[in-house]
Design a protein around this ligand. Structure first.
Ligand code: PHE
Length: 477
């Protein structure tokens, strides 16, 4: 059986951008920005996207296009080591963790979308009267389970249809629709009373906040950059494995990062004017899972054409979430197809069944050992998995592939991009893994107890240990 490939170049870019653009942009990005110093934070964030995100993206692209397999097969074949193949299984697990919580949030959105669309037919959407209670009822339990299944079903259908007829075709429709609807909504939101105030709040240039908290801001900015660019989960390895022509990876990576940032900024230009126009004070609304739903749903209820605006808005979010969730499901599917020769259809059935259960647990959201499952998976678990996952890819590119990685980077790249290959490899092999380990340590609060420089030292030492382990690994396996 020949391996599937993208039909067109635009197909790959749109699919990868579709994976990147998701809840991370629309739901999380505006809040993280507003909370951390507005446009001054945006600059730090852009810097991180450029210096960590794009090189990271290129790391995954290089492994994927060179390996032409799922993360498991690619890492194993390119290194000739079973240990790396085993590490590839880590990405399959990460993908399942991701989609387990993502599909639950996707379910909430689907429900809000349906509810708003019903409102178009005359009935007032139920969440108009009591947004807080409505969200409380929708967030966890049997209802959440039902909508999780629905969202997962839609995701599975697209992946079932295949790389070209499912993912490529789907994202070719979804991505332009998301962009067009968001631009439309942002323009309209700009005409609402209070828009000027909203821009001032969202995009204020608060350098003092960023300066005073620079190191505290780095970790959330890096975490946000990873999640929003779909890095560290093996998604971009998998998508790049379906590329069958030599084109400029640096160019594609930059386009994807720019599109992704654009959508995040646009989402803020929709969300904040809406909240301000109705006197909701965003600084009082915690950026938790409920913020988008409770705050905005409350705002929609007071608009003259509220149900219409709500339908358009939640429609955007559904499409954006779907084009991301398919990229998560595709990882375990490609693993089963490549490694066990399963048909795509059987692989989809198998993985979906597993996620019915794992996502089901997130939807019911029991408390295990004092921690609610959903919050744990959506927060610390996913953050840690993605950071560790990307660190490993970069180390792999820098120390295992080395020269091959440079060759792959250069292949199809123009003169200017090709010249960046060696600096990129150095960053990928040394600077970025240390930076990522550092953010991982700060996420666990190590810098608070040890201090800043000792934490940097720990990160460097951990890097050195990993490096020695890597050098000896070949003789072990
Ligand atoms: N980038 C997606 C978003 O912003 C989430 C995602 C993470 C998708 C990792 C795939 C892999 O919503």
């Amino acid at each position: 059986m020949t391996r599937e490939t993208w039909a067109t170049r635009a197909g790959f870019i749109l699919a990868a951008a579709g994976s990147a653009v998701g809840l991370g942009n629309i739901w999380r990005f505006p809040w993280v920005t507003a909370d951390n110093g507005g446009s001054a934070f945006l600059l730090v964030y852009l810097g991180i996207v450029l210096l960590v995100g794009v090189p990271g993206l290129l790391g995954e692209f290089v492994v994927g296009r060179r390996g032409k397999k799922s993360p498991v097969g690619a890492l194993r074949d390119l290194s000739g080591s079973r240990a790396w193949g085993l590490w590839g299984v880590f990405y399959v697990v990460t993908a399942i963790a991701l989609i387990s919580f993502y599909s639950v949030v996707g379910g909430w959105i689907l429900r809000y979308f349906g509810e708003s669309a019903l409102g178009l037919a005359g009935a007032r959407p139920a969440y108009f009267t009591a947004p807080g209670e409505y969200f409380g009822g929708a967030a966890a339990g049997l209802d959440a389970l039902g909508f999780h299944l629905l969202f997962l079903g839609l995701t599975a259908l697209v992946v079932y249809a295949g790389v070209r007829r499912g993912i490529e075709l789907g994202t070719k429709v979804m991505m332009p629709a998301v962009l067009a609807l968001l631009v439309g909504l942002a323009v309209w939101a700009g005409t609402r009373p209070g828009a000027a105030e909203a821009y001032a709040f969202y995009l204020r240039f608060d350098l003092a906040t960023v300066r005073a908290n620079f190191f505290d801001v780095l970790a959330p900015a890096a975490g946000q950059a990873l999640f929003t660019l779909s890095l560290g989960a093996g998604t971009m390895i998998t998508y790049a494995s379906y590329i069958d022509e030599d084109r400029s990876l640096p160019f594609d990576g930059t386009v994807i990062a720019v599109l992704n940032t654009l959508v995040g900024v646009l989402a803020g230009l929709v969300v904040f004017p809406l909240l301000f126009s109705l006197g909701v004070d965003p600084s009082q609304t915690a950026p938790g899972p409920g913020a988008l739903f409770v705050g905005l749903a409350g705002a929609f209820s007071q608009l003259p054409a509220g149900a219409l605006v709500a339908t358009a808005f939640f429609g955007v979010v559904v499409l954006a979430a779907l084009s991301s969730s398919i990229s998560m499901l595709e990882i375990p599917v490609s693993f089963l197809v490549d490694e066990y020769g399963l048909s795509r259809q059987r692989a989809v059935a198998l993985v979906t069944t597993a996620v019915v259960v794992t996502g089901g647990v997130c939807a019911i959201n029991p408390t295990v050992a004092g921690t609610a499952v959903f919050g744990f998976v959506a927060g610390p678990l996913v953050d840690t998995l993605l950071t560790a996952g990307l660190t490993a890819v970069l180390v792999f590119v820098g120390w295992v592939m080395g020269r091959d990685a440079v060759a792959e980077f250069r292949s199809g790249a123009g003169g200017f991009s090709a010249a960046l290959a060696t600096p990129w490899l150095l960053a990928a092999g040394v600077a970025l893994p240390i930076f990522l380990l550092f953010t991982l340590l700060t996420t666990f609060g190590v810098d608070a107890s040890l201090g800043f420089w000792p934490t940097v030292l720990v990160a460097v030492l951990a890097g050195a240990v990993a490096f020695v382990g890597l050098r000896t690994e070949r003789s072990l396996v």
